[in-house]
Design a protein around this ligand. Structure first.
Ligand code: GLC
Length: 650
């Protein structure tokens, strides 16, 4: 081992101190495996050290924390199954595995898609028809009973919701999908756990050690101080950020619901617990961890306690742990924050490329809905062209719908830059998508109206928000056609932006809002269940029946995904450069690949658009459309785009 020379003096001293401690725990492994672990440790030790030192470096037990961490990692490495170790080696050699153009994601609630984990095997043909290589199983780990924020209030990270199966089932699902080249993604909620988690129960019972796992306060003095600058996530059904527990006579930090207790990451025991859980699950075969609500993980008085630099340190340290112990895994940050904040989740400056592998492209999603409502892509072009450059080793998760609401993340500055008033535009979007705006095609509902900020987030399924529900109600064929094209434009956008397109269950067959959601006690308060319907397998079976809405959508999605797989320009390694299409309704960007350029064009209006051939000529393209797999004729001097047409020109 020679890289040690590249470690900083402090890191090198720690590394040299720690290395001999590993001999014993690793001794049960073959020499080659021992060597591999040590090599990876050496390679990523600086990242690990640089993540941990700012968090815990001033503590007197810092060295002991490092020791405990390394022993924990060594233990899990020893327990790691052989086939996963082979996958680790494969991915050491192909670190771009999740960036490839063949990567396509499918996201579903296990219960709503397949009833149980075991049930997933009955639907593999469906998953493979879509070409999914990445399955996000929502939710898996055992949540509290009753209301649980859609599975985001975990009672036991080492167990599965008994209604869905067991840990052995998860292991089996991961194994059988892995054999088919499909990676399993699950949620790991990092910001909070359920108040029924054993840590919280012990804290409530007065155990000081476990009270330190949370942010607790004897009175309102500090909570009131914090509240001055804290926003509210659920102002409607869970106002305030703190909850009182008479049994321990303390206030607890609860950013989301009262039953979700924020974890105290300034306590290294919390970090070690999560590492232990992460590798427990990685060794069961989970390949992608969706790290939930990461923006909130570090608290700082006088701030909104979101996106604090320490969050990026924690994530960098966790990432380094995975690269050493289970390199086959990838980390996806769920940070639904502004572009300037978001970029840090990939790592900037000294953390460049070291923080997470994948992050949600929230802005692309918001801008899709904004441009669809206004038939104008200038805000989209402006906002996305200002996006900071990303490291070439990462991938966006691109999506149009997910299980959450849509918040109108449009800043005043961006709106003003294209002649809009931010407040008015956000209000317009809320009205448009809650069917209050005259002539709107959308059917949706307001989620969490905040009277102080005027924010009205939106719930609703892709199809209902895109006009299919209204069109079907009216039995209007033209409106049905238009809504199908709107939806397919969305799929083409996420498939062609350079990231992992995430297909949210049911959108591929146009499932509408589920108005029955409020019949069930556990879901009635939260209208996000409007767009979390049960899979309708009868409708799904129509995907092969020509002329049905389901078939037009499903086949449309499949065609887009097949075209994506055959277009190397969509490998996430390459940047997306937004260009001004010269037509307000047409969104355009370029992806430059060593094989040549790709120009993507999307008509966000129900009216045909004309682009001057000179605009296209500047890109020196042969004008072959990868989506339809046909050459285009621009000899007339213009290129016409049909309503909602999309083109991937190479
Ligand atoms: C994430 C989840 C969301 C949940 C929140 C709190 O944002 O996507 O559904 O409400 O975390 O756990």
């Amino acid at each position: 081992m020679q890289n040690v020379l590249y470690l900083s003096l402090e890191a090198r001293a720690q590394f040299k101190r720690l290395l001999p401690l590993l001999d014993k725990p690793l001794s049960k492994l073959e020499k080659r495996d021992q060597q591999l672990f040590k090599l990876r440790l050496e390679r990523y030790f600086q990242n690990l050290y640089d993540g941990l030192e700012p968090l815990y470096g001033l503590r007197s037990d810092f060295e002991a924390v490092l020791e405990r961490l390394l022993l924990l990692m060594a233990k899990h490495f020893c327990e790691r199954p052989e086939d996963l170790k082979e996958l680790d080696m494969e991915r050491d050699l192909t670190p771009d595995w999740f960036q490839r153009e063949t990567m396509i994601g499918y996201v579903f609630y296990v219960e709503r898609f397949a009833n149980t984990l075991e049930g997933i095997s009955d639907h593999l043909d469906y998953i493979e028809e879509l070409g999914a290589k990445y399955l996000h199983l929502m939710y898996c780990l055992k949540p509290r009973q009753g209301e649980n924020d859609g599975g985001y209030a975990i009672e036991d990270y080492r167990d599965i919701d008994p209604r869905l199966g067991t840990i052995a089932d998860l292991e089996e699902v991961c194994r059988s999908l892995r054999r088919r080249g499909i990676s399993v993604c699950i949620d790991l909620v990092l910001n909070h756990c359920a108040k029924e988690h054993s840590w919280a129960l012990k804290a409530k019972a007065g155990d000081k050690k476990y009270q330190d796992y949370f942010h607790t306060f004897p009175n309102r003095a500090l909570p009131d101080e914090y509240e001055r600058t804290l926003p509210e996530v659920f102002p409607d059904f869970a106002p305030g950020n703190f909850s009182y527990y008479p049994e321990m006579k303390r206030w607890v930090w609860t950013t989301f619901n009262e039953y979700q207790w924020d974890l105290n990451w300034s306590n290294p025991d919390v970090f070690l617990e999560i590492v232990d859980i992460l590798f427990f699950l990685a060794n069961k075969g989970v390949e992608i961890f969706r790290l939930d609500a990461v923006a909130f993980m570090w608290k700082r008085l006088g701030t909104d306690s979101q996106n604090q630099p320490e969050v990026h340190d924690i994530l960098q340290a966790l990432r380094a742990c995975s690269r050493i112990t289970a390199p086959a895994t990838a980390h996806k940050a769920e940070a639904i924050v502004s572009p300037d904040d978001l970029i840090h989740y990939f790592g900037t400056g000294k953390r460049y490329g070291k923080v997470s592998n994948i992050a949600y492209h929230n802005s692309l999603m918001v801008q899709y809905w904004s441009a669809m409502a206004s038939r104008d892509t200038r805000l989209m072009t402006h906002t996305l062209s200002k996006f900071p450059a990303t490291p070439s080793s990462i991938a966006w998760a691109t999506y149009i719908r997910c299980h959450d609401d849509i918040g109108w993340a449009v800043t005043e500055e961006d709106a003003a830059a294209v002649g809009l008033n931010g407040f008015a535009h956000r209000a317009f979007l809320s009205d448009y998508y809650s069917s209050k705006f005259p002539g709107s095609h959308a059917k949706g509902a307001v989620f969490q109206y905040n009277p102080f900020t005027g924010d009205k987030r939106i719930s609703g399924s892709f199809a209902s928000l895109a006009g299919l529900e209204l069109a079907l109600e009216r039995g209007d064929r033209r409106l049905i056609d238009l809504s199908i094209e709107r939806i397919l434009l969305g799929f083409a956008l996420i498939a062609g932006f350079g990231g992992i397109p995430l297909i949210y269950m049911g959108d591929e067959i146009g499932l509408l809002n589920d108005y029955d959601f409020d019949k069930y006690l556990d879901t009635s308060a939260d209208n996000r269940w409007l767009h979390r319907p049960y899979m309708d397998w009868e409708k799904a079976s129509l995907r092969h029946k020509p002329g049905t809405v389901e078939q037009r959508l499903f086949q449309g999605v499949v065609n887009i995904m097949r075209a994506r797989e055959q277009t190397p320009h969509f490998h996430s390694h390459y940047e997306t450069v937004i260009v001004d299409s010269t037509q307000p309704a047409v969104f355009a960007y370029l992806r430059e690949h060593p094989l040549g350029k790709l120009l993507a064009l999307y008509n966000f209006s129900e009216h045909p658009q004309l682009l001057d051939a000179d605009f296209l000529r500047q890109f020196e393209l042969k004008v072959f459309d990868q989506l339809q797999r046909q050459p285009l004729d621009i000899s007339s001097g213009v290129l016409g785009l049909e309503p909602y047409q999309r083109l991937w020109l190479v």
